[in-house]
Design a protein around this ligand. Structure first.
Ligand code: IPD
Ligand code: CA
Ligand code: CA
Length: 258
């Protein structure tokens, strides 16, 4: 049965992410090398690279045939049916500024389908995990999406892309459509955590544009396994995502027109 394999892989991922998270916390207050990527505010720190290398080494040491898709180094092909999709620090801007909302996100695909996920937020002290068909947990306790179904009471998460100053498809229109109708909005700054917040009922829904596979791989399964609904679809500049408890998800599907 594959589920036992998935459980074993997630148990390993959790140990490695906890170890890497300790190092992230240790290095957080120290001066660090930071370089820009696609814009002045899209950057990578030496701790992103350190974390990615640490996880890659651990995974390939134990599962030498597995494939990897990672934010900072791209594709590492492998013969096996498994692929690990990794964001070593989701929420790098938060990390570099000493804000607590950042995490390691690890999704596991089997024959192209997401079957397990792990989101570890060391500064928040939260470790989310999920296995397809088995459920979703935070710090070993089962989690569920919220039961807030009224839009005027709902607290939603969203985000704005790094090219917001140069491309008018920057979520500002969707934001202004939603803001007057909802209870509140949060810009947490880490897409994987936004999805974890939906899965654990702290947010009632979430949408964002122009994301990447490593941002959402673990979080989408987490939301589904916590009783919510989520969809991801490719657009020319990245993935669009909507997620929520089922009622809020349906409202977002209707209101965020793409
Ligand atoms: C970013 C975060 C942010 C989202 C960006 C992502 P990074 O990931 O998830 O919340 O708005 O689109 O790129 O760069 O911190 O790994
Ligand atoms: Ca990310
Ligand atoms: Ca990242």
């Amino acid at each position: 049965m594959k589920v036992s394999e998935w459980k074993e892989m997630i148990a390993q991922a959790k140990l490695w992410a906890i170890e890497a998270g300790k190092e992230q916390l240790k290095r957080m207050d120290q001066p660090m090398d930071i370089s820009s990527k696609t814009s002045d505010i899209d950057f990578v720190t030496e701790v992103d690279i350190w974390t990615e290398n640490f996880l890659k080494e651990r995974i390939l040491d134990r599962y030498p045939d597995h494939a990897l898709l990672t934010e900072e180094s791209g594709v590492h092909s492998g013969k096996a049916d498994y692929e690990w999709v990794i964001d070593p620090i989701d929420g790098t801007v938060n990390y570099a500024r000493g804000l607590p909302a950042f995490c390691i996100s690890i999704g596991i695909r089997y024959k192209g389908e997401t079957v397990a996920g792990l989101i570890h937020a060391p500064k928040l002290g939260e470790t989310y995990e999920t296995i397809k068909g088995e459920g979703a947990w935070c710090n070993n306790e089962p989690i569920q999406v919220s039961t807030v179904y009224t839009l005027s009471k709902a607290v939603l998460g969203t985000g704005f892309p790094y090219d917001k100053a140069t491309d008018s498809d920057n979520n500002v229109e969707h934001f202004s459509t939603m803001i007057t109708q909802i209870g509140g909005i949060r810009r947490i700054g880490a897409a994987a955590l936004d999805l974890a917040m939906v899965a654990s009922g702290k947010l009632d829904g979430y949408w964002e544009l122009k994301l990447k596979e490593w941002d959402v791989e673990a979080g989408i399964l987490l939301v589904a396994e916590a009783g919510g609904q989520a969809e991801v679809f490719p657009e020319p500049k990245g993935l669009s995502v909507r997620a929520g408890n089922k009622e809020i998800f349906n409202i977002l599907k209707d209101q965020i027109k793409r």
